[in-house]
Design a protein around this ligand. Structure first.
Ligand code: ATP
Length: 488
């Protein structure tokens, strides 16, 4: 599916908008064109060349990201030794750092620096009545069609045509499929004991609304935020970690005065877009998608997605919804508890809720896509993950120039031991320095330190910058200060 505009594709491949050079660019950027006969290629228009080049480049890009993630320990298929399990992924040594950095940046910016926002950590399994009141047992469904021949299942709203896309077989009628995973509490597998793994974290916030209000006595507007696992029995998977059956959500429920909800909705749209720009995602790869009124979820007055241009096309990165007073009112009705908020004048009301909600894995995939670069060097290709230093799994790598010179190793170890108290630092003494730099570039480490013979004399080290590859000499006793400024 081609869903990038021509302008976008030209921007993507050309630094300068000089369309007359497109033929050269086409050859330079898309080596795969070499496989097409020249006569055929010259007959193609700009549009088709760019489109084919774009599609091929993007297909290649996702393959490269998947392979890098496996090779370097970001993401592994879950239960891989048993053949894996669809929609579940494990995060390796670097992946867990990446995810933790995303989560702590979100927590810092969405909770800790905001006086009016507090955090919560509720359970994954709630009393099943929660999901009846929230409407999930009835409405948390996707339309499903099954192939009568190969029995593959598809989301009806993503199908094109009336035939099975895999084998061309006939499809069943559309039926609604509930995405919640069921489980049973206690020893008896009876309907009375049925519970669900939460498909979103926000219901834990709504059912704790009165508890939190009683403890912090806030004024409107105020927010309650939560990061935690969510589970959805998705019908169609694919696109690596984009759509998972188990994933981590970061959700803020922002309670506002009814009537002020539209103003706060616009506020959060801007805030969240700026959050991604601050992380280093380029503006041209982000856009808003306004959900049409008739397609809104049962609780929503307005929903806007922040979409990212993933290698497989534009897709939802984060959803921002005006959930109105739907959830609090329904929980009040079902539980019989008064969940109204008492304002400064003593008036009781149900606040409206603005909800920015995002999956950690989707942000990780967007950052990997955005940061992945290949730069041609004299002999080799340098692969760089240009991650924002705040998010990079490893901040600094320390190398002794030669691993068999004890004086260099000792000094480098001292520096490593000192810095690791402040940052996530890696040690590497394998192969030559050039290879070690490349190895750190590929995982996005912003800085490398080399301890050489001069260090033993002048007490300075070489600090090399991932992006510019520039090297500078920095005094050992100034290193912490240097990195604190650069990594802030
Ligand atoms: P989609 O249309 O992609 O299925 P959705 O509209 O159902 O997503 P929301 O219910 O708005 O998603 O969920 C909020 C956020 O949680 C999404 O923007 C996304 O970042 C994340 N998310 C939702 N479902 C998944 C999933 N299956 N895997 C990974 N992240 C997800």
């Amino acid at each position: 599916m081609i869903n990038a505009s021509i302008e976008n594709m030209i921007d993507f491949f050309c630094d300068k908008r000089n369309r007359s050079t497109w033929h050269k660019l086409r050859i330079a950027n898309f080596p795969r064109f070499v496989k097409y006969p020249t006569s055929q290629v010259s007959g193609w228009g700009l549009t088709s060349c760019l489109q084919i080049g774009y599609i091929e480049y993007m297909a290649d890009l996702i393959e490269k990201i998947v392979s890098l993630c496996k090779r370097r320990g970001f993401v592994f298929p879950s239960s891989e030794i048993y053949g894996g399990i669809g929609g579940f992924w494990d995060f390796g040594p670097l992946g867990v750092e990446l995810k933790n950095n995303i989560k702590s940046w979100w927590w810092q910016t969405m909770v800790q620096i905001r006086e009016e926002v507090v955090g919560l950590d509720s359970t994954i399994i709630h009393n099943p009545k929660v999901w009846q009141a929230s409407g999930h047992t009835l409405s948390f469904t996707d339309p499903l069609r099954e192939c009568k021949s190969c029995h593959q299942r598809f989301r009806a709203d993503q199908l094109k045509g009336e035939k099975c896309p895999e084998c061309g077989g006939k499809l069943t009628e559309v039926k609604q499929f509930n995405l919640m995973f069921e489980t049973f509490i206690g020893s008896a597998k009876e309907t009375a004991n049925k519970a669900y793994l939460r498909p979103e974290t926000c219901q834990g916030i709504f059912v704790n609304f009165a508890n939190v209000v009683d403890t912090i006595q806030p004024k409107l507007p105020f927010g309650i935020a939560q990061i935690g696992k969510g589970f959805r029995n998705e019908i169609t998977l694919g696109n690596f970690i984009f759509r998972d059956r188990e994933f981590e959500m970061m959700e803020l429920e922002y309670f506002v005065k009814p009537g002020e909800d539209e103003k706060w909705f616009d506020y959060w749209l801007k805030e969240r877009l700026n959050w991604y720009l601050d992380l280093g995602i380029s503006k041209k790869n982000l856009r808003f998608f306004e959900h049409p009124k008739k397609a809104l979820a049962h609780y929503s007055k307005r929903t806007v997605d922040i979409e990212y241009q993933f290698p497989f096309g534009w897709a939802e990165l984060e959803g921002i919804a005006n959930r109105t007073d739907f959830d609090l009112k329904n929980h009040a009705k079902s539980s019989g508890k008064d969940l109204r908020f008492q304002d400064e004048k003593g008036e009781k009301l149900y606040p409206y809720v603005i909800e920015p909600s995002v999956g950690v894995e989707r942000i990780a995939l967007a950052l990997l896509t955005e940061g992945y670069r290949e730069e041609k060097d004299k002999k080799e290709t340098r692969v760089v993950l240009a991650l924002n230093p705040k998010i990079a799994p490893v901040k600094v790598a320390v190398f002794p120039l030669l691993p068999n010179k004890p004086a260099l190793v000792k000094k480098a170890r001292e520096i490593y031991d000192d810095l690791k108290n402040c940052f996530n630092v890696a040690w590497d003494d394998r192969g030559n320095i050039g290879k070690r730099y490349y190895s750190q570039d590929e995982i996005g480490t912003p800085f490398c330190i080399t301890v050489d013979f001069e260090t033993l004399e002048d007490k300075k080290v070489t600090v090399r910058d991932r992006d510019s590859m520039k090297q500078e000499r920095i005094a050992i006793d100034k290193l912490k200060e240097f990195f604190q400024t650069k990594l802030a």
